[in-house]
Structures are given as structure tokens and as C-alpha cells.
Design a protein around this ligand. Structure first.
Ligand code: GLV
Ligand code: MN
Ligand code: MN
Length: 415
């Protein structure tokens, strides 16, 4: 293929998408199914149509922009990523992969070279967990990990259920059971994403060939103590919900630090105190726990120690703890055949590439349930992501897109 990715288009699309943002000037905030997310979907849909793709949307809002192949009896090849964001995040997380996919399909179409399989660039709804406490709701629906009951039990902090939010956004959540999981086979999935760490930058590589994706385990923990007076209640008499939550958080950090699992992480990113007043001992605290690893057994081991420690802390502090396990996902090993195609495509294009493990999860982690998956990483400046300073050189995204187009073309021509 003689075509190469157009840096200027990718740059322009990334800036244009960022208009759909709740916090302009303070990073990108685009929660799934928010007004901004819905407007951003409209923008992507128009872009897909103008790239000559056939666009479809399911009732979770997953978008599919398809380029037809010559043999409709064969299963399609998928690419794509997400366009929702964490609060005050960056404009490359997810968007880079969606635009790389659209650009790769333009290149393949304009090359005029035939490919057998349909190739579809997809936007998966709600990859970030920030609105409903569970990640990748779009890809989870496609693979069957999201169950019909989850629509009503998964709620945003304000209390509205995923079911209601979908309805308000104009989707038909009542069609969920008949529509999901996705019925037709998928031949392969190949997602481009920013690295969100500094391994590629330090190694001077424009492309990472992902060999495995760490998986998240997410819990919501409620600690119930006794709300009382900050001055009146002596230090030994109090049953402080926050101090118990703080001790559990520090225990999580210590267990992750002490684990000999290389990729394990433990994070408390959200905490709310009731009644949240300076002179009141908190009576109720809710917080999140996020644990990642590339080995399920390492997460299980950490969880066992965490639960034992939580029991000891709650007894000693005379508080009660309840937890809800939102997800306990298994990591995925990327398909070696796809990884080899990516390595070879990069080598043919003279682009330096290296193997890499993904600490963050991606929709590809979930899609691994229904198809073989591969991922291409492009460098993140200073390794920063989920931060308004997140930055990736669009020249690197273009190089990653060249590799993506070549690899997709090859996969789409496999029998
Ligand atoms: C994805 O955004 C993650 O948190 O890994
Ligand atoms: Mn993210
Ligand atoms: Mn992402």
C-alpha cells in the first residue's frame, strides 16, 4: 500500500473532538452518554460517513463504521477504541485509536487494493469506569460480560441507573437481551492506543507491540462508623469511618508494594465522606478500590490478604464494612500471530517497535472473549495519562496508523 497516514487530519480531528468537553481549559471531561459524549458520537458518525464507511449503532451506543470486503461470507476484522474520558483527562486516550482506525480505513479504501474481509472501525461505549463504576460497558455487552440485570443495578453516583441513562440518551435498553451478546463471529481485533506509561518514550520507539493486557478488579467499599463530635468524642472512644477507610487504603498500597508480581497495582481514586464536615467524625465513607495485574492469581492472592486485613481493621476500630465487587476481570494474552503481523509491518515501514505489556485495561481486554486480539501502542509524553497534560506526538500516531493499516489489510486478506 502506497498510502500513508495524514498527520494533519489526525491532528485536526483530535482538536475538533475536544470541543465536546465539559471542562474546556482544564483537561477533557466527556462521561459516557453525557450531552458532550452524544455530540461527539455525532461528529464521529459524520466523519465515518465522509470516509465512505457504512455506519451502524447498537443499543449500547457502540458505533461500527464498516468498509466492505470482497467476501461477505468471512468474519470481519475490527479496530477502534473509545471516546469517553475520565474527569479532567487527556484528549488522546481512546480518541487516538478511533481516528487511527478511520484513517487506516481511508488508506485501505484509497489504495484500491482488494481485501476479502469487511473491516470495521468501532467506537465502544463507556470504556472508562468513572460514570458507572464498571469499565468497558459497550464491549462488555458485546461479549456477554454485561448481563441484562446489570442495566438496572449499575448506577451513577447521582443514583440514575444505566438502564435509565440509556433510555434518556435515546437507546432501547429493553432490546438488550435480544441484541447482546454480539452473535456474528469476529475474525480479529486490533486496537491502537496511547501507551499511558513512558516505556516507549525512554526506548525511543514509536510503536509498541502489546503482548498482554493487565485486567482490573474494582470494588466499592462502604465503611459504617458512628458520626459524632470532633471535640467531644475522645480519641479512644470514636468509631471513625474515615480512619478505617484510610487504614484499608494504606494496607492496599502495602500489599501491592510487597507483592512480587511485576505489574500489580492498587489504587484508591474515589472517596466520599459523610457528613463531610471539619468538626464531625465521619459516620459513613464510600471509596473505590482498583487492583490490576497481568496474572489473575496475583490479584486473588492480594485480595485474600486485603480481606483478612479489612476484617482485622474493622474489628479493632469497631466499624462495619461492606463491599461490592463490580468486576474481577481476567487478563488477556494478545494473539501471537497478530503481534507478529504488527512487528513485521513496523519493520517493513522502518518504524522502530518493541514488545510491551499494557498496565491499563482496554476494550481489547474484553473483546478477547470473542476474538483474537492485538494492540499497537504509541508513546505518551512523560508517560502521563488521565491527566490534562497527556500528550502524544501526532507524528507517532501517524506512524502507528501506518502500521495499523498494513496489519489490518493483511488480516483482512487472510482466508
Ligand atoms: C483505562 O482507562 C484504565 O483505567 O486502565
Ligand atoms: Mn482511560
Ligand atoms: Mn483508553
Amino acid at each position: 500500500m502506497d498510502q500513508s497516514a495524514d498527520v494533519k487530519s489526525i491532528e485536526k480531528w483530535i482538536e475538533e473532538l475536544d470541543q465536546f468537553n465539559q471542562t474546556p481549559g482544564n483537561g477533557t471531561t466527556r462521561p459516557v452518554y453525557s450531552k458532550e459524549d452524544m455530540e461527539a458520537r455525532g461528529y464521529i458518525r459524520d466523519l465515518m460517513l465522509s470516509a465512505g464507511l457504512t455506519v451502524n449503532e447498537d443499543n449500547m451506543g457502540n458505533l461500527f463504521g464498516s468498509l466492505p470486503g470482497t467476501d461477505q461470507s468471512l468474519a470481519p476484522v475490527w479496530t477502534g477504541s473509545h471516546i469517553d474520558s475520565v474527569p479532567n483527562g487527556g484528549k488522546y486516550d481512546g480518541a487516538a485509536g478511533v481516528f487511527a482506525g478511520i484513517e487506516a480505513l481511508r488508506m485501505i479504501r484509497e489504495s484500491g487494493l482488494p481485501h476479502k474481509r469487511n473491516i470495521s472501525v468501532n467506537v465502544y461505549s463507556g470504556e472508562e469506569m468513572s460514570r458507572f463504576g464498571v469499565c468497558c460497558i459497550g464491549s462488555r455487552a458485546l461479549t456477554g460480560r454485561l448481563k441484562p440485570n446489570d442495566l438496572k443495578s449499575h448506577k451513577e453516583p447521582a443514583g440514575k441507573s444505566l438502564y435509565q441513562v440509556l433510555k434518556d440518551a435515546g437507546y432501547r435498553p429493553d432490546a438488550f437481551e435480544s441484541e447482546f451478546p454480539h452473535k456474528a463471529p469476529v475474525y480479529a481485533s486490533l486496537e491502537l492506543h496511547i501507551e499511558q506509561n513512558d516505556v516507549l518514550e525512554k526506548a525511543g520507539c514509536s510503536v509498541g507491540v502489546v503482548t498482554g493486557i493487565c485486567a482490573p478488579t474494582n470494588l466499592i467499599v462502604d465503611v459504617y462508623g458512628v458520626q459524632s463530635h470532633a471535640g467531644g468524642t475522645g480519641m479512644t472512644a470514636r468509631r471513625d469511618a474515615f480512619m478505617a477507610a484510610a487504614e484499608i487504603s494504606l494496607l492496599l498500597e502495602r500489599l501491592a508494594l510487597e507483592s512480587d508480581s511485576v505489574y500489580i497495582t492498587g489504587t484508591v481514586g474515589e472517596m466520599s465522606l459523610e457528613p463531610n464536615a471539619a468538626n464531625v467524625i465521619p459516620g459513613h465513607v464510600t471509596f473505590s478500590i482498583d487492583i490490576r495485574s497481568v496474572a489473575l492469581e496475583d490479584k486473588d492472592d492480594l485480595l485474600e490478604k486485603l480481606f483478612a486485613g479489612m476484617q482485622e481493621i474493622t474489628e479493632r476500630r469497631k466499624v462495619c464494612v461492606e463491599h461490592t465487587m463490580m468486576n474481577h476481570d481476567k487478563p488477556v494474552i494478545c494473539d501471537e500471530h497478530i503481534a507478529e503481523i504488527i512487528r513485521k509491518s513496523a519493520a517493513d515501514l522502518g518504524i522502530p517497535a518493541m514488545d510491551i505489556v499494557s498496565g491499563p485495561y482496554h476494550d481489547s481486554l474484553i473483546l478477547g472473549d470473542i476474538t483474537k486480539v492485538g494492540m499497537i501502542f504509541v508513546p505518551s509524553k512523560d508517560g502521563l495519562s488521565h491527566n490534562k497534560a497527556e500528550w502524544t506526538d501526532t507524528g507517532d500516531i501517524a506512524k502507528g496508523t501506518d502500521v495499523l493499516a498494513k496489519a489490518l489489510f493483511q488480516l483482512a486478506n487472510e482466508a
